[in-house]
Design a protein around this ligand. Structure first.
Ligand SMILES: C[C@](O)(CO)[C@H](O)COP(=O)(O)OP(=O)(O)OC[C@H]1O[C@@H](n2ccc(N)nc2=O)[C@H](O)[C@@H]1O
Ligand SMILES: Nc1ncnc2c1ncn2[C@@H]1O[C@H](COP(=O)(O)OP(=O)(O)OP(=O)(O)O)[C@@H](O)[C@H]1O
Length: 303
């Protein structure tokens, strides 16, 4: 494929959002993180990160929710560029532009996508020749969800979610995402989980869920969707109960909170049903907007 560059000498990388089709959460570890059985599925909503040579590191962002994205060194895209530059003993002299389409603070790994995208873009721009394993190591340092943003498709994440085993997916799944008014902080949702779940068992991946992914059967997948963070997200954001009700009443096979929320995800039977559910959600007054997307989607890709 011929890369389409935004400007001469620049590299653009497209990175997908994710939904957790299973999120089994164990007890808090001594380091504050939680062991997970985290079944990630990449969905076709994308951010694009463009890296262009510059005098110094600079981040810009445009798109829905861009005003909530930090443009300083705390941005995961900036941190990714700095981590790669440090490893290869060079300056992070790059302008990173984020074209945002993944809901911000929505539990869909938008910031993680930008981290993975910036890493792949800078790697290509600088010609570091880093191996995929090296890039995945940097991703894991940046955040628990970042390795999956690089890999895409479907994967089981263990440890804090950063140790990935890729999974086979036997078909296309049609999703609807209801974007909430407002965001939820991931650490706050995990803290609420700890409060609500004093004796969390060891997290284990569900064989029925892995089977449903493998066969591509939406009804089987709908019956196996689980998110241990959902009670915590609903406790902090009770209005999401109304959104979940609106989506399932509109004909979704099932609905659940996406990751730490507050985006809610609905699995539909097919593309037409997904459009109907999205229209009903938009009309319901229980969310800011609704988006349809198919899964699985590829990981971070130079476009
Ligand atoms: C909810 C999920 O999105 C599901 O995929 C992830 O578990 C969160 O991943 P993330 O946003 O990349 O999280 P990180 O940046 O690694 O960690 C942010 C905070 O979330 C909490 N955290 C995250 C991952 C994990 N396995 N256990 C945790 O307790 C910790 O409080 C941590 O300080
Ligand atoms: N590139 C970025 N894009 C969006 N938010 C970022 C970025 N870098 C840092 N952040 C910060 O991270 C916070 C969480 O944003 P993000 O969109 O990643 O949430 P999320 O989708 O809920 O994450 P996750 O699903 O991985 O828990 C934001 O409120 C913002 O302050």
């Amino acid at each position: 494929m011929t890369p389409r560059s935004a400007a001469p000498g620049s590299i653009t990388v497209r990175v997908p959002a994710k939904v957790n089709v299973q999120l089994a959460v164990g007890a808090a570890r001594p380091d504050g993180f939680h062991d997970l059985a985290n079944v990630f599925l990449a969905v076709g909503l994308y951010d694009e990160v463009t890296a262009t040579p510059a005098d110094e590191l600079r981040v810009t962002c445009a798109g829905p929710g861009a005003d909530q994205v930090p443009l300083d060194r705390t941005n995961l895209a900036a941190r990714a560029a700095e981590a790669l530059a440090a490893r290869y003993g060079r300056r992070a002299d790059v302008h990173l532009h984020i074209a945002k389409d993944i809901p911000v603070a929505g539990g869909m790994a938008g910031g993680s996508a930008d981290g993975a995208g910036a890493l792949v873009a800078c790697d290509a721009l600088w010609g570091t020749g880093a191996s995929r394993d090296e890039l995945l190591d940097i991703c894991a340092e940046l955040g628990s969800d970042v390795p999956f943003s690089l890999v895409g498709g479907a994967a089981l994440g263990t440890g804090r979610g950063e140790k990935l085993a890729e999974l086979a997916v036997g078909g296309t799944f049609h999703w609807v995402f209801a974007v909430a008014d407002g965001g939820l902080s991931t650490p706050a949702v995990y803290r609420e989980f700890d409060r609500l779940t004093p004796d969390a068992p060891e997290p284990v991946a569900s064989p029925a869920l892995l089977d449903a992914l493998r066969t591509g059967d939406p009804t089987a997948l709908a019956g196996a969707l689980t998110n241990d963070l959902q009670p915590a997200a609903l406790s902090l954001f009770p209005a999401l109960t109304d959104t979940l009700k609106a989506g399932t009443e509109a004909g979704a096979l099932a609905g659940l909170v996406s990751g730490s929320g507050p985006t809610t995800a609905f699995l539909a039977k097919d593309a037409e049903s997904a459009e109907r559910v999205a229209a009903a959600l938009r009309a319901s007054g229980t969310c800011r907007t609704a988006r349809v997307a198919v899964a699985p989607a590829p990981g971070a890709t130079v476009v």
